[in-house]
Design a protein. Structure first.
Ligand SMILES: C[S@@+](CC[C@H](N)C(=O)[O-])C[C@H]1O[C@@H](n2cnc3c(N)ncnc32)[C@H](O)[C@@H]1O
Length: 238
């Protein structure tokens, strides 16, 4: 949960474009979140029981390779570390180098690695079992590009989770006033799930409530290819 006043006090101006990041919204988000990195842990609050509830939807993560997209200062890392165990691994990814610096200073483990990248254009060296976008989806340039990247970077049968511990209406109102240039409104969870389904995901769980927003989907490449050959060609959809 975000202390919106604190966010607004760090205004966005100018850009320090990264050559690696081609999307304009991602470049602006990088500048925005670089500036917030040092104070992020005082601004954002993540009640343990709500985070546990979200991660609980994934079932066991023992031994899994998990990507924490938009890790920020790494709030999810301790939760994920205890869930994946020593046989699993975590890749904490963020487009803000400053966020990654802060996360790196706080968390260290043999099975934990960090990467600065725009997830939307990212290519994993090894496909993941689970991809989590916790509390970062509104900052993605294109919702469909998230699912494209998740489909590209997951093993078949892998899970993708988009989650917030606040409701969509509250999140959209907060971003509309406090982060207008670096966010899009969250769509209804059912619409987000439909985007995933068009890319070969099967929806496992949905929440679009006052205090929770969640889409959990499993990649099913076989079903996707079967349905592709049954359908007539269509123009690409978002
Ligand atoms: C609101 S913060 C949340 C950070 C963390 N998940 C938390 O809950 O404390 C959103 C984070 O997502 C990152 N981010 C936004 N767009 C991204 C993208 N396209 N690829 C990777 N990270 C992104 C931002 O840099 C920022 O650190």
């Amino acid at each position: 949960m975000l202390n919106a006043e604190a966010v607004s006090s760090s205004s966005m101006s100018g850009t320090c474009a990264s050559r690696d990041i081609s999307r304009e919204l991602s470049r602006d988000a990088q500048v925005f979140f670089d500036r917030l990195a040092e104070t992020w842990d005082h601004i954002a609050h993540h009640p343990r029981e709500r985070v546990e509830r979200v991660l609980g939807t994934l079932g066991t993560l023992q031994g899994k390779m998990v990507v924490d997209v938009g890790t920020g200062t790494g709030v999810l890392i301790p939760y994920l570390a205890s869930r994946v165990g020593p046989e699993g691994s975590i890749l904490a990814l963020d487009l803000s180098p400053r966020m990654i610096e802060v996360a790196r200073a706080k968390h260290r483990a043999d099975n934990l690695s960090f990467e600065v990248a725009d997830f939307l254009d990212w290519q994993a060296t090894r496909p993941a079992d689970v991809i989590i976008a916790y509390s970062c989806f509104p900052h993605f340039d294109e919702p469909g590009a998230f699912w494209d990247s998740a489909a590209r970077n997951l093993v078949d049968g892998g899970l993708a989770l988009v989650a917030h511990i606040e409701g969509r209406i509250r999140i959209n109102a907060m971003h509309g006033t406090r982060a207008p240039g670096v966010s899009h409104p969250l769509p209804p969870a059912r619409e987000l799930a439909a985007m995933a389904e068009r890319r070969g995901f099967e929806t496992l769980s949905l929440a679009d409530e006052e205090d929770a927003y969640l889409v959990l989907a499993r990649l099913d490449r076989g079903a996707f290819h079967r349905s592709y050959f049954l359908q007539s060609p269509q123009s690409p959809e978002k």
